[in-house]
Design a protein around this ligand. Structure first.
Ligand SMILES: [Zn+2]
Length: 104
């Protein structure tokens, strides 16, 4: 399912959340997310935001994300594999003020 990370600047990015994670969290909107910790390193292929070329980037296999839920409560969730890669990319894009080409 699609979930959303967003911030106070009005920026948002979609990412994929497994139904099992949603069952635990009961939340699809992650406000002001940050990565608290990460374990393991994995190289994945992602499209560059700017020029759309495939690019190899390093991400954590497991990451711990802190965010605010709909009611403003601070929560943390540990995500792994595809969910982990996806939310890391989404948070990176969210926090990139200039959407630069990553290939430079
Ligand atoms: Zn590029």
């Amino acid at each position: 399912m699609n979930a959303l990370v967003y911030n106070d600047r009005g920026c948002s990015e979609r990412f994929r959340l497994e139904p099992s994670s949603f069952k635990n969290l009961k939340c699809l909107l992650f406000k002001n997310p940050s990565i608290l910790d990460g374990f393991g390193e994995k190289k994945i292929i992602r499209k560059c935001f700017a020029c759309n070329k495939d690019k190899i980037v390093a991400v954590c296999e497991i990451c711990v994300v802190r965010f605010e839920d709909d009611s403003g409560e601070i929560k943390t969730i540990t995500l792994s594999n595809n969910e982990s890669y996806d939310i890391q990319t989404a948070i990176y894009k969210l926090n990139s003020i200039i959407k630069d080409c990553m290939c430079l």
